[in-house]
Design a protein around this ligand. Structure first.
Ligand code: PMP
Length: 319
């Protein structure tokens, strides 16, 4: 899905140990603490190419780094960069990589100490690295067929659920593996109480009697920015009532519409769950209009919401 080459074949750069270096030179030791214990937090940010303006639009850049820095605080990852530094490094890397297409931006803060058999967070060196790669459709389909996962989301008392820690993604990966091996596009994961939580890398919404309903963050869903954006747009632009509450599994079978939201997934409708069609098995009208508006905004085509985007101008790559 992703590559370390530009569209014209040059090797992309990474930000690594304080410098911009070719991705092939950005390597860590097998002794790295994070490699053994997933002592890391990361972000997934999208840069959307606007051909008309010749600019990449990076959606909610600061918010992503705020979430990453919250994760750093929780996992005692002391990285030598401020929020402003992180935003500036990101724009610089995107520009240097000269992307003229949609991209995925992956920052990672990790325990870089080369020391194993050490099960604690304090007194271990940390570092920050960043890559940007070309990126297209993440889920591989515009209308998803999903299954309910046999895996459950961990509680916050097991693994922190409000941050994007690398460790928590083993749960997502197990669920997604199970779903895709069974021929589905994506997994819907329940929490310990059996309430609907989210997809493997997306938040979830259902439409019922004209209202938009999404699980509470207390039900262990990640506080996603796409979720927040969709809730905001639904209320502000379409006067749709938005309700955060626990959702039972069987409510999804009876919903008028279901969709997933995430940086990688954008807004993608779920048309089938556990081999049952959701309503008439087609993308619903509320999903469609929210999706259209969201797409325009993230690519910088809606002047009212340009402040949600940070722009980067690709530089010409010279070998
Ligand atoms: N839940 C999980 C588990 C995720 O990995 C993601 C992707 N970051 C989301 C929800 C959606 O979050 P966002 O909209 O901020 O990308």
């Amino acid at each position: 899905m992703s590559t370390n080459k530009t569209s014209t074949g040059e090797e992309l750069l990474a930000f690594f140990r304080g410098e911009y270096v070719p991705i092939s030179e950005a390597r860590v030791s097998v002794m790295t603490h994070a490699l053994h214990y997933a002592t890391a937090v990361f972000e997934g940010i999208r840069g959307n190419w606007n051909e008309e303006k010749g600019l990449i639009h990076i959606f909610k850049l600061r918010e992503h780094y705020e979430r990453m820095l919250r994760g750093c605080r929780l996992l005692m990852l002391d990285i030598p960069y401020s929020l402003e530094d992180l935003c500036q490094i990101t724009v610089e890397l995107v520009e240097r990589n000269g992307h003229r297409q949609d991209i995925y931006i992956r920052p990672l803060a990790y325990k870089s100490a080369e020391l194993v058999a050490n099960l604690k967070l304090q007194d271990l060196a940390s570092d920050f690295t960043l890559i940007t790669v070309p990126f297209g459709n993440y889920l591989g389909s515009d209308e998803l067929r999903c299954c309910t996962s046999s895996w459950r989301r961990p509680e916050d008392t097991m693994i922190p659920t409000h941050i994007k820690s690398s460790a928590s993604y083993i749960n997502s990966i197990l669920a997604k593996t199970e779903a895709t091996l069974a021929g589905f596009d994506e997994a819907i994961i329940l929490n310990q109480k059996g309430h609907v939580c989210e997809g493997s890398g997306e938040n979830l919404f259902m439409v019922s009697r004209g209202r938009l309903i999404t699980p509470l963050l207390e039900d262990n869903a990640l506080p996603g920015f796409t979720r927040e954006t969709i809730m905001d747009l639904a209320e502000r632009e379409f006067s749709i009532e938005v309700v955060e509450r626990s959702i039972d599994r069987s409510e999804l079978y009876l919903a008028d519409e279901v969709f997933l939201t995430g940086t990688a997934a954008h807004l993608t409708p779920v048309v089938e769950l556990d081999n049952r069609a959701i309503a008439d098995g087609k993308t619903g009208p509320i999903s469609s209009k929210l999706q259209r508006m969201y797409f325009d905004i993230v690519v910088g085509k809606n002047p009212k919401y340009l402040h949600w985007c940070t722009t980067a101008q690709p530089r010409l790559i010279t070998a």
